[in-house]
Design a protein around this ligand. Structure first.
Ligand SMILES: [Zn+2]
Length: 329
């Protein structure tokens, strides 16, 4: 009998064999992507679990983020490949979230299928919706008011804004690791040719992402002689982590903050050449419900540790889909 639980740190646990995106004493630790709320307690897992499973890009990014992971300790699982862990079969399926992101599909010996979606956006378009018996998800936008009507066009809106700002001077983009690389790619795909200037960690992660077919092109390391040349030219985009302070003193520079917590308008002016853009890497409330309806599970488990308004969300799931919905822990 397969047992699915979520512990108080947000780990999804299956039969004491797998602990996904959180720690527990299990055989394998699975990491769906390199965001900090999904690699919680990874150091503990590295000392007690037998192996670490993730996509090759995610595992390489963890090393770049400073984790010491012996090569023979990790199981580098490509999208669509399957491995056995005890009586369970495990597969990672691509999601649109940050490069390397995956959802986890586990099948037990009776054929019971458990899917943990982890973080995703654009379900049914760029994130495959998987059928499941038990569907576990993080309701990041669990409140029915958390809806962005402009989500479909936000890539174009953001690119237009950045092109406009680039005509006046350099532009600094603030975002989380992973989201930065996604946005670099969005701009290139939409014809932005200005060079990118990247601080060391962002530069290292971008180099790794390029190894896995994410074509970014034309980027330089901030602080290198090449970087200094580009900064001097005054025409460039600088991508940096939200928590870092301004690297360059340039009065003409505009700053763009990428935020997942804006719902009314695609962007707004904050004053002093600063803009806030409602660019999220997560499906909104409607997207979460869309996934559940099309996955058609018997049971939905809402992971309250990485959710907002999980009880309200669970009530909405029961009301709209008539499915059993459990909040854990
Ligand atoms: Zn994430």
């Amino acid at each position: 009998m397969t047992n699915v639980l979520v512990n108080e740190r947000g780990a999804v646990l299956i039969n004491k064999l797998l602990s996904i995106d959180g720690h527990e004493n299990s055989i394998s630790r699975v990491v769906t992507h390199a965001h900090s709320d999904h690699i919680r307690d990874l150091d503990k897992s590295l000392t007690t679990c037998k192996n670490l499973v993730g996509t090759p890009l995610t595992l390489d990014w963890l090393v770049e983020l400073g984790y010491k992971i012996p090569r023979d300790y990790s199981i580098r699982l490509d999208y669509g490949s399957r491995i056995s862990i005890g009586e369970l079969k495990l597969e990672l399926v691509k999601t649109l979230h940050i490069p390397g992101s995956s959802q986890v599909v586990v099948t037990d010996e009776d054929g019971l299928k458990i899917v943990y979606t982890s973080d995703f956006k654009k379900p049914g378009v760029h994130t495959p919706i998987l059928e499941a018996d038990i569907l576990v998800l993080d309701a990041v936008y669990g409140n029915p008011n958390y809806v962005r009507e402009f989500d479909e066009y936000i890539e174009d809106i953001l690119t237009d804004l950045v092109n406009q700002l680039l005509s006046k001077g350099p532009v600094i983009i603030y975002g989380y690791h992973g989201k930065l690389q996604e946005v670099m790619k969005i701009f290139r795909d939409r014809g932005v040719i200005a060079p990118y200037v990247l601080p060391p960690k962002v530069y290292g992660m971008t180099k790794i992402a390029e190894k896995y077919d994410l074509r970014i092109r034309d980027y330089v390391l901030l602080g290198s002689s090449e970087g200094a040349e580009v900064v001097k030219s005054g025409w460039f985009l600088l991508f940096t982590h939200v928590s870092s302070s301004n690297y360059i003193r340039e009065p003409r520079a505009s700053e763009v903050l990428l935020s997942g917590w804006e719902f009314k308008k695609p962007y707004r002016y904050l004053g002093s050449n600063r803009w806030l853009v409602a660019f999220s890497d997560h499906a909104d409330f409607k997207g979460l419900i869309h996934y559940i309806i099309n996955s058609n599970p018997k049971t939905v488990i809402v992971n309250s540790v990485r959710s907002s308004y999980s009880e309200i969300f669970a009530n909405e799931v029961r009301r709209i889909t008539k499915k059993e919905c459990i909040v854990m822990p």
